[in-house]
Design a binder for this molecule. Sequence first.
Ligand code: NAP
Length: 455
Amino acid sequence: MGIATVNPATGSEIKTFEPLSSTQVQDKIARSQQAFQQYRRTEISQRSKWLLAAAEILEHDKQKFGEIMTTEMGKTLKSAIAEAQKCAWVCRYYAEHAAEFLADLPASTDASQSFVRYQPLGIILAVMPWNFPFWQVFRFVAPALMAGNVGLLKHASNVPQCALAIEEIITQAGFPEGVFQTLLIGSSQVEAIVNDERVRAVTLTGSELAGAAIASSAGKQIKKAVLELGGSDPYIVLESADLEAAVDTAVVARLLNNGQSCIAAKRFILADAIADEFEQRLVEKFKGLKIGDPMAEDTDVGPLATPSILQELDQLVQACIEKGAKVLSGGHPLSDHAGNFYPPTILTDIPPGTPAYKEEFFGPVALLFRVANLDQAIELANSTPFGLGASAWTTDTEQANRLIEELEAGAVFINGLVKSDPRLPFGGIKRSGYGRELGIQGIHEFVNIKTIWIK
Ligand code: NAP
C-alpha cells in the first residue's frame, strides 16, 4: 500500500503522498545528526519548557488532532480527542520528572567517587503503528527528547497526516530544527536507515513480522532495539469477582479503539461458576452498542483501520466457526455499510486447535473460555506465544497473589483493565517484545549508562 489517507468509514481516498527518495532520507539523517550536536548540550530545564509547550499545543488543538486521527484510522472522535490529551499528559510527566530520572546516580566503591551518568545516544529511529497514531509516538518522543536524543519517525503508511501534524507540534513547541523529523517512507526503506551508522538505536511498535525484521537488521548492526509487539491478553474472571464491574470493564477492555489495541482483553477466561451469567450480560452489552460514523458523538464502535485488517480478522473468526465455535453476537463483516465495519463479536465453545488459542484477534472479537479452577485459568492464560498484559478479577487476596506471581506478562492488573500510564513501565515478554516504555525505565532505554570512577 502507498502512503495515503483513506477514510476507513467510507473507503474514500482523501490524499496520497510521495515517499521520500533515498537522497531526501539521507539529507534528513544529516540534519538530525547536525541537530544532535547542538541539542545534546541544551539544558534539561530548557527541554522541559519545550515539552510543556508541546503539551499546551496538544491540549489547545485536541479537536483538530482528533479529527485527523479519526479521518485516517477510524477511531471514534471522542477517543481521539482523549488520545491527544493523554499525549499532553506524557509530555508534562517527563518535563517534570526527567531531571530526577537522569540525575547522576552515586555508587559506593573502591573509588574516591563513583557514579552513573546518563547520556543521550544520538539519532533514534521510531517505527510506529497506526492504532494510537499520536500516543505511540509521544510516548517515545517525550522521554527520548528529554534525554537529549533526536528522533526520526517512520509512521505507518495509513496515517501520514498524523505523522506530519506531530512534527509540526514539536517544531511549534520550539524544539530546534532537526530534533524531530517525520520521514514519509514505506517499510522497505527502513532497513537502510537502521543500517546507517549515524542512527544509534531503533524502537518499533507493531506486528511480530515487522519486529523480527527490524530486530534482525538492528542485530546485524549491533544496535539497541526496543520492540512493543502484539498481544492476546487474558481477562480472567474468578468466582469471587465483582461481576457487574467485571462485565462493564470487559466491554471497554475488548472494544477500546474499535478493538484494535495491543493490550485489549482478547481471551476471556471465566470460572465455571460465573460463566453463564458473565456471558449473558456481555452479549446484552455488545448487542446494545452503536456502530457507525466515528465522528458522531453517540458512536461506540467505528470501522477497522483498513480492509486488510478486516479480512484478516474475519478469516480468524471463520476458522474458529468452521471448527465448531458458537457465535453469540456478530460473526461476519457488516455488508450494508461502506467502509471496514465489523460488529462486536462474541465466540464461545471454541475448540482447541483453532486460532483463538494462539493468534492475536486485532478487532472487536471477544473469545470466551471456561475453566474449573485457578490452576486451569493460569495455564490457559499462559498458553499463548504472547506475554503483554493480563487482567484478573477476584476479591480473594491469595488468588490475586498467585495471579501476580504466575501470569506470564509484562503487566498484571487486578480488578481493572490493562492500560498504559506514563508513571508505570509498559512492555511485554515472550513474542510481545522486549524493552520498556514509560516510567523511569522508559527513559533509560535510549541512554548511555556511563560508569564514572575517580581515584
Ligand atoms: P505493522 O504492520 O507491523 O506496522 C507497524 C509499523 O512497522 C508501520 O510503520 C509499518 O510500516 C512498519 N513495518 C511493517 N513491516 C515492516 C518491515 N518489514 N520492516 C520495517 N518496518 C515495517 O503493525 P500494524 O498492523 O500497523 O499494528 C498492529 C500491531 O501492532 C498489532 O500486532 C498490535 O498488537 C501491535 N501493537 C503493539 C503495541 C505495544 O505497545 N506492544 C501497541 C500498539 C500496537 P507500513 O505501514 O509502511 O507498513
